[in-house]
Design a protein around this ligand. Structure first.
Ligand code: SAM
Ligand code: SF4
Ligand code: SF4
Length: 372
């Protein structure tokens, strides 16, 4: 098939908030064997959102008022099938992708997710190893599924936990799910030898009081707690700059209780800055997307639930790979399309957030489509 016949989304699809037609011309940029974007950033990590459904209604992500019984979730046929996901992953691995994170919505709600993990784990990266497979989950189903996930080959898991206080946690998830059950899931995963991290989104006035109790609970356990600055992801949450608690403020608060010190990143492009307790109780991470942008090293690409390639967490649309997949394009043609899209990537939203947030009309893809 010549590139002129590659199936691309038509103009009406392009006007949808999600799907841009893939470019059929354009430069492909390689440097030292790596596909690089306009800013010289290689493509390293792939995040795959498996479902737009969630059994929580976190107020900062899928608030009940907007995601109620009238909300139209995508039809099953709109989602990428496991076969389609695997085909795309095979193509991404050719470009040197080593790490894959499964997310959502709530990824454990996707039926037969363990089969997908096992199949992804049996694939090979350019260095001949199996890819590193991680998942971000709210932990509700993790206890029940941990043994199967481990057997399928899940390498690590990040569990979101914003509070230990039961009233507060249950009001944040807004479905009354107990924090104690999430902690049981964390313990179950750890008991099976799955490395666990915790994601705690900190929002001013919501859960600053929970920072020390959460750390106290997980010091000395090997679980790394990572505090995430509340972000203007999506548009449903009514984000305001005043809601952000800068990581620097958290460092100060924690340091006053248990002295901490910074440590080197594990690798270039790591989202979290790493700190450790001086008393040897373990490590803490800070993801400071708002106050300390890390766009310079951002090598992450996101595959949305319906097969759009999204180049930035704050993008308002993605490139429609699904039409290529379902329209008979070959793997090489899809690889070329991905290479062109990445080569033209210039995203650096967090570096220009302040000027951008003053533009009232800016839209963004909601978080559950691309998974954070
Ligand atoms: N449902 C899963 C979970 O909650 O872990 C996976 C999807 S969730 C969208 C991925 C991560 O994004 C979670 O850790 C969540 O806390 C975080 N998140 C969601 N909305 C956010 C926001 N506005 N700012 C910062 N982090 C956010
Ligand atoms: Fe669901 Fe995760 Fe969003 Fe909470 S943060 S509503 S658990 S997708
Ligand atoms: Fe990457 Fe976009 Fe976040 Fe910058 S704002 S670090 S480009 S996802």
């Amino acid at each position: 098939m010549s590139s002129k016949t590659i199936p691309i989304a038509d103009e009406s699809q392009a006007s949808s908030p999600m799907r841009l037609p893939v470019p059929i011309t354009g430069r492909i940029r390689f440097e030292n064997g790596h596909l690089i974007d306009e800013r010289g950033r290689p493509l390293r990590d792939l995040r795959i959102s498996l479902t737009d459904h969630c059994n929580f209604r976190c107020r900062y992500c899928m608030p009940k008022e907007k995601f109620d019984s009238k909300h139209q979730f995508l039809a099953h046929t709109e989602l990428l099938s496991f076969e389609e996901i695997k085909r795309l992953v095979g193509i991404f691995l050719r470009f040197g992708v080593q790490k894959i994170r499964l997310t959502g919505g709530e990824p454990l709600l996707r039926k037969h997710v363990c089969n997908l993990i096992a199949d992804l784990k049996s694939m090979r990266t350019t260095s001949g190893k199996s890819p590193d497979i991680a998942m971000t989950t709210n932990g509700t189903l993790l206890k029940r599924m941990a043994a199967d996930l481990k057997a399928a080959g899940l390498d690590r898991v990040t569990v979101s936990l914003d509070a230990l206080n039961e009233d507060l946690f249950q009001s944040i998830n807004d479905v009354g799910f107990p924090a104690a059950k999430v902690i049981e899931s964390i313990e179950a995963a750890q008991a099976l030898g799955i490395p666990v991290k915790i994601n705690t989104v900190v929002k001013r006035g919501m859960n600053e009081g929970e920072i020390i109790p959460i750390l106290e609970r997980f010091r000395h356990t090997g679980v790394i707690v990572r505090f995430i600055e509340y972000m203007d992801a999506g548009t449903a949450n009514g984000w305001r700059m005043d809601d952000v608690v800068p990581s620097a403020e958290l460092v100060e608060r924690i340091n006053a209780v248990w002295p901490i010190e910074p440590i080197d990143p594990n690798y270039t492009g790591e989202t979290a800055t790493r700190w450790r307790y001086k008393d040897g109780a373990g490590e803490i991470g800070f993801i400071s997307s708002v106050t300390q942008a890390f766009c310079r090293d951002c090598s992450r690409v996101r595959l949305s639930i319906e097969g759009s390639l999204v180049l930035c967490l704050f993008a308002d649309r993605g490139y429609d790979l699904r039409t290529l997949l379902r329209g008979g394009a070959t793997d090489d043609e899809i690889a070329d399309a991905i290479a062109r899209i990445w080569s033209a990537r210039d995203d650096h939203y967090s570096e220009i957030r302040l000027s951008e947030t003053q533009k009232r009309s800016r839209s963004r893809i909601e978080m559950q489509f691309i998974g954070g």
